[in-house]
Design a protein around this ligand. Structure first.
Ligand code: 1HA
Length: 270
């Protein structure tokens, strides 16, 4: 393949092809269930993507054809969370969900096979989802003694509607890729063999567009959903743009030069 390795990890693969980065959960023997280590590695890789200006889009996927991700690894679930080598019980996938939401670049889930539990919420919080025709979507929390009442419930209800979101969680049944598409849960279903080609084609289309425009659209939708935390995101983007303006720089320069700022010369657009 033309994918180039970016960095070695224990539980994930982290590669790039041109401006597209790909993060692959690599525990296929467990249907790509995640542990605190898997999640911490994904957080590290997403932060790398956030800082690297040459990366414009990020694909999140799972190794193999059988699963995207089966959620938290139940064999390391301890008292109050999932336990890693530091023996601390964590729900650090919530930090990862938040990071996927705030990273100012498009994140596309590429789903083959099962997308289950906390894994299915990772798919949900990605900006777009391209699924293979063998994909299956399911929440299991109420069966296995868990629930995601955050993005997993409230945001799911925004995406697929309240009646359907309650059905998904109350019945814990699997949904086919076509059913998920009908619900507006995912963006496109393609034959298994074409899923990476299709996902890369979507990335290429997005990469031709203005990254600043894409960044503000993502932040605006977050702001509507995330309250003041969402406003913080789009407000931060506004501050970033203001810092690049002459008016913004005049305030800084006046302070450093110990004089009054002169803002009169800057345009006041209607
Ligand atoms: O709800 C949360 C959270 C909520 C708030 C905050 C944080 C959260 C973090 C996480 C989660 C959750 O993810 S709870 C939901 C946990 N996940 C599940 O309940 C899914 C469990 N797995 C399955 O239902 C099925 O395995 C499957 C539908 C994904 C695949 O079925 P399949 O193809 O029949 O394969 P299967 O034989 O079941 O699985 C293959 C191997 O992978 C099995 O191991 P083996 O018998 O070969 O030794 C199986 O045990 C293992 N495996 C699959 N999923 C998991 C797993 N092992 C540990 N944890 C898993 N999640």
């Amino acid at each position: 393949s033309k994918w180039e390795n970016i960095k070695d990890y224990q539980d994930i693969l982290f590669e790039r092809m041109g401006k597209v980065a790909k993060i692959t959960i690599n525990r296929p023997e467990k249907r790509n269930a995640f542990t605190p280590v898997t999640v911490q590695e994904m957080i590290d890789a997403f932060n790398y993507c956030r800082d690297d200006a040459s990366i414009g889009a990020i694909i999140l996927t799972g190794q193999g054809d059988l699963a995207f991700c089966s959620g938290g690894d139940q064999s390391v679930r301890g008292n109050g969370g999932y336990v890693g080598p530091d023996h601390i019980a964590r729900l650090n996938v919530l930090d990862l969900q938040h990071l996927i939401r705030i990273i100012p670049k498009p994140v596309i889930a590429m789903v083959r096979g099962w997308s289950v539990g906390g894994g299915n919420i990772l798919q949900l919080v990605c900006d777009l989802t391209i699924a293979a025709d063998n994909a299956k979507f399911m929440q299991t929390g109420p069966k296995v003694g868990s629930f995601d009442a955050g993005y997993g419930s409230a945001y799911l209800a925004r995406v697929i509607g309240h009646k359907r979101a309650k059905e998904v969680w109350f019945l814990c049944k699997p949904y086919s890729a076509d059913e998920a598409f009908q619900m507006g849960w995912i963006n496109k279903v393609v034959p298994l063999a074409d899923v990476e080609k299709e996902t890369l084609a979507w990335c290429d289309e997005i990469l031709k567009k203005s990254p600043t425009a894409i960044r503000f659209i993502k932040a605006a939708m977050n702001a509507d959903t995330d309250g003041i935390a969402g406003l913080q995101q789009i407000a931060g983007d506004s501050t970033m743009l203001f810092y690049t303006s002459d008016e913004g720089k005049e305030g800084r320069d006046a302070f450093l030069e110990k004089r009054d700022p002169d803002f009169d010369k800057y345009p006041k657009f209607p």
